[in-house]
Design a binder for this molecule. Structure first.
Ligand code: ZN
Length: 458
């Protein structure tokens, strides 16, 4: 077996790893969109996502989870002629067509007939597989198994096994590995063994701040933000992060109500979810509550609705979105706005930023990773010094206060990555992917210090 990475090699986007067998067949694990400075060329996403490697021998595609940086180039793969099976968990199979439809609209075409043709084709290729069950892969001498990754709903890491001369060789692709104790989601399943582990390293050089206290810190930051009125803008991925935030905000509001403190900020706090995708996925998260963790299920049993509470307001139409942006521009009413995209590269968040970054009452709260070259990264870096950011070729001066809340991550940190590697049978070889150079280097050093295994990819 040999693994070639066609994406997420130097950075964190465009995840795509090809597993090549000795018989010349291969399979792809993920086929993600390039974003930010990892899009080669002038940054116009649509032009630089072409599949630039041969696919004639690709027999199967395995999808770890439905984030755009892991699935966004599926339409390009279909255009290039791929017609083989696409394996994923049942939840991912359910969510994927929505993600791809959105990717098509943003990046390729508005032609409704073309979009529905691609989506219909995609549906015929999807093969949902239950967690923890070995399944044969296409006509290949392989079997694969999806294990809980605890990253977003339906997310998995994937084990692929080939029997060579009576011995099973196992390659494991981490996909995006979640943290322990994430809201809503079960913890990642511990690793059993791996001859080759293709491991993400997003936070390979960092340990998250204490996650148990993060809800309190979220509460404090927001209380500080709204003390001078104005909106709190939280750029967030539509899938995963938005639902986590809603879950935690519901809990804060619930506890503040229970304590009944008069004049409490949270009594009248409005939480606006302004993203059609986030709205749709929040609905789907509610439908698939079987996949929630025990704590979340207990809240349901207690008649609480963590993803659909009284002061949560979902903005559907574009007209309503424009009305709200204008309203906030003029009133400065305290409220929380959660909108995509998570790195401010597009979506409705961009309109909020253009309207409200120059207003000192505004606060922007980053709770997720900002890749280099994205507006989110620029705001995070230059905002606190009163700098500017260029969004959609418009220069916006930043008067808003900028905050970054650590400990709020959908990715395992260095400690957790090392813990994951600590399998009963030692890992033989680790290939680091999906991380910036400093993150990979630091993780490689930490791995070498603790385990007797080969490390590559850094
Ligand atoms: Zn992800």
């Amino acid at each position: 077996m040999e693994v070639i990475s066609h994406g997420a090699r130097e950075g964190v986007t465009g995840s795509c790893h090809e597993l090549l067998l000795r018989n010349g067949q291969s399979l792809l694990v993920d086929i993600g969109l390039f974003q930010g400075s990892e899009v080669s060329g002038d940054g116009a996403d649509a032009d630089h996502q072409d599949i630039e490697f041969p696919i004639e021998h690709v027999q199967a595609v395995i999808i770890t989870h439905c984030h755009i940086d892991h699935v966004g180039r599926l339409p390009w793969l279909l255009i290039a002629g791929y017609r083989g099976p696409i394996y994923c968990t049942a939840a991912t199979a359910h969510l994927l067509p929505m993600v791809i439809e959105d990717a098509l609209k943003v990046g390729l075409t508005r032609d409704a007939r073309l979009i529905s043709a691609v989506i219909n084709l995609l549906r015929t290729l999807l093969v949902p597989v239950p967690y923890d069950t070995w399944t044969a892969v296409a006509e290949m001498p392989l079997q694969a198994r999806f294990r809980q990754a605890g990253h977003i709903l339906g997310s998995a890491y994937v084990e692929v096994e080939e029997v060579i001369d009576g011995k099973a060789f196992r390659a494991v692709f981490s996909g995006d590995l979640g943290c322990k104790n994430s809201p809503l989601l079960p913890d990642p399943t511990p690793l059993e063994r791996a001859d080759l582990l293709v491991l993400e390293s997003t936070y390979g050089n960092r340990n998250h701040e204490n996650r148990l206290e993060r809800q309190q810190r979220l509460q404090k930051v927001i209380e500080h933000c709204v003390s001078d009125r104005g909106a709190v803008l939280i750029p967030a991925f539509s899938i995963g992060r938005t639902q986590e935030l809603l879950y935690e905000l519901e809990d804060i509001i619930h506890q503040c109500k229970a304590r009944g403190v008069p004049g409490c900020t949270w009594q009248d706090m409005v939480v606006i979810v302004d993203s059609p995708m986030a709205a749709e996925f929040t609905k789907q998260y509610r439908v698939m509550r079987d996949l929630w963790d025990c704590e979340a299920k207990a809240k349901l049993a207690d008649n609480r609705h963590p993803l659909n509470f009284a002061r949560m307001h979902i903005v559907e139409s574009h007209a309503d979105h424009e009305r709200i942006v204008n309203y906030l521009r003029h009133t400065g009413d305290p409220c929380i706005v959660i909108a995509a995209s998570g790195m401010c590269t597009g979506g409705r968040m961009v309109n909020y930023l253009k309207a409200l970054l120059p207003d000192p009452r505004t606060d922007v709260l980053f709770v997720g990773y900002q890749a280099q070259g994205t507006p989110g990264h620029a705001i995070q870096r230059f905002g606190p010094r009163g700098g500017y950011v260029d969004i959609e070729r418009e220069r916006i001066w930043i008067k808003a206060e900028i905050h970054t809340l650590g400990g709020y991550s959908a990715h395992a940190d260095q400690r957790e990555l090392l813990e994951f590697m600590d399998s009963p049978e030692p890992v033989k070889h680790v290939r680091l992917v999906h991380g910036d150079a400093p993150a990979k280097k630091a993780l490689a050093r930490a791995i070498q210090a603790r385990f007797q295994c080969e490390v590559s990819g850094y």
